[in-house]
Design a protein around this ligand. Structure first.
Ligand code: PHE
Length: 456
């Protein structure tokens, strides 16, 4: 065996420590989904009721899907496609892995564009540009900037290059090292921003909005939005947990890692909510602004806040760090796939992937401006990628993963992964509950919500 490994021309990378795994997983989960998407979805869907449904989905569907992906990844020690093929040789399950890779390609294309906006806004904050200018200026700035041709492309290029530069160093020396430093920084900044916001004179209305549910606002759209957001925010159905899981040591406890990741992600979403909503209410702005919320509303608030200039810098720095620790995970799914399925060197795989994604990202960016008339199914490229990934591919990916673990995979292999071949004690009732969630509840719920979405 040892000899065989020596003859292999590449030895698989691994994470260095379980803290490293946790920050890498949390780094992937915590991203624009928490700081940009979650606050505006909460605002559009009426606040606390949405949050409670979201949390229920994270626990009942998110954790079982994440654990299933973990089981597939760590068992197979292989990329998203290779994992299915190794565990079910001679079957068509590899297609599930290909779908996951396609999903990451679509997400990263527009993610890098929004990350680029983060770069521009951080630079503006550093020039103290938000301390002047009213909210209508800020809104027209956002629209003009995102629709223009060159500047967003330059920012998108910088963001993609930064992501590629981290991933080229590999899992342990690139992704893990970066996340270990940046996640604590991100946490401290976000706590600081939340404290600042919660101590504003009129913070009460924002807190009520976040924590007192108004069930009359709940519609079927709220339920769909909550499920889509749970999957997007936890990076599920995209092969991320399969890929990172394949680099996790056989001694790590994947059960507690899954629970901790889900907890950290939810905590970050709530902290982001606490940093944003009280300020929105204190300044009498409508929370239902939509996707422009953090790019239009927040700069307006910063311009009126004591020390607003410094707060703006911290906020957009946080946004950029959160986006980077997620974009590197999206890139890694595709890169690991290319390395193993096409036998490429990491450097070649990173260069190739980053280039193709850079081109796709350019299309996304331009589709908000000069290419705006080019519609596919009535959507711009940007909106199409966003819609197809979060509302279709991630859900199908999650469904296939639970079906695979629930109905196809060998029971003993699953039990071995959960208990680390018997060295961890996993109670019977827990296995029973998990089996029920993975076999019946999660597939039925995901399918029902998807079908409902398509017929309505
Ligand atoms: N979870 C990330 C976010 O919230 C997005 C993401 C999705 C990252 C899928 C990796 C895979 O921003």
């Amino acid at each position: 065996m040892k000899d065989a490994e020596h003859h292999h021309h590449h030895v698989r990378d691994t994470f260095g420590s379980s803290f490293g795994v946790l920050v890498a997983l949390a780094g992937s989960a915590v991203g624009l989904g928490n700081l940009w998407r979650f606050p505006y979805l909460v605002g559009e869907n009426g606040g606390a009721a949405f949050i409670l449904i979201y949390i229920a989905f994270v626990c009942l569907l998110g954790i079982p899907v994440m654990l299933s992906e973990f089981i597939i990844g760590r068992r197979s020690q292989s990329n998203a496609r290779g994992a299915f093929r190794r565990l079910a040789p001679g079957s068509h399950w590899g297609v599930a892995g290909i779908l996951a890779v396609v999903c990451c390609i679509l997400i990263l294309s527009f993610y890098s564009v929004v990350g680029g906006w983060g770069v521009e806004y951080l630079l503006r904050a550093l020039r103290f540009d938000f301390t002047s200018g009213g909210s209508s200026d800020l809104s027209s700035f956002f629209t003009t900037f995102t629709a223009s041709t060159w500047k967003p492309l330059v920012c998108h290029t910088a963001f993609m290059l930064a992501s590629a530069l981290i991933v080229v160093f590999g899992v342990k020396n690139g992704i893990e090292k970066f996340s270990k430093v940046m996640m604590p920084v991100l946490f401290v900044i976000m706590i600081g921003l939340a404290v600042r916001s919660l101590t504003l004179p009129d913070a009460g209305a924002g807190i009520t909005y976040l924590f007192r549910p108004d069930w009359s606002k709940v519609t079927s759209d709220t339920v769909l939005a909550a499920l889509g957001q749970a999957f997007f925010s936890l990076s599920l159905g995209s092969g991320m947990v399969i890929t990172y899981g394949s680099y996790v040591s056989k001694k790590a406890n994947i059960l507690s890692l899954s629970a901790q990741t889900a907890l950290a992600d939810t905590l970050f979403a709530l902290i982001a909510g606490c940093a944003i909503m009280p300020a929105v209410f204190a300044f009498g702005i409508s929370p239902g602004e939509g996707p422009g919320l953090v790019f239009i509303t927040l700069p307006h608030i910063f311009s009126n806040l004591p020390f607003g200039g410094a707060i703006a810098i911290l906020f957009f720095l946080a946004l950029l760090l959160a986006a980077l620790t997620s974009s590197i995970s999206l890139l890694e799914v595709i890169v690991t796939f290319c390395i193993e399925e096409f036998k490429l060197k990491r450097k070649t795989a990173v260069a190739l992937t980053a280039f193709v994604l850079w081109v796709l990202g350019c299309l996304c960016s331009l589709s908000l401006g000069v290419l705006g008339d080019w519609r596919i199914f009535g959507k711009t490229v940007f909106d199409l990628f966003d819609y197809v990934s979060a509302n279709v591919l991630m859900l199908i990916g999650g469904l296939l993963v639970v079906l695979f673990v629930g109905w196809k995979m060998d029971r003993k292999a699953i039990h071995d992964e959960l208990s680390n071949s018997g060295s961890l004690h996993v109670p019977e009732w827990f296995i029973g509950l998990l089996t029920f969630l993975v076999r019946y509840l999660a597939p039925a719920a995901i399918l029902a919500i998807m079908v409902f979405q398509w017929i309505s």
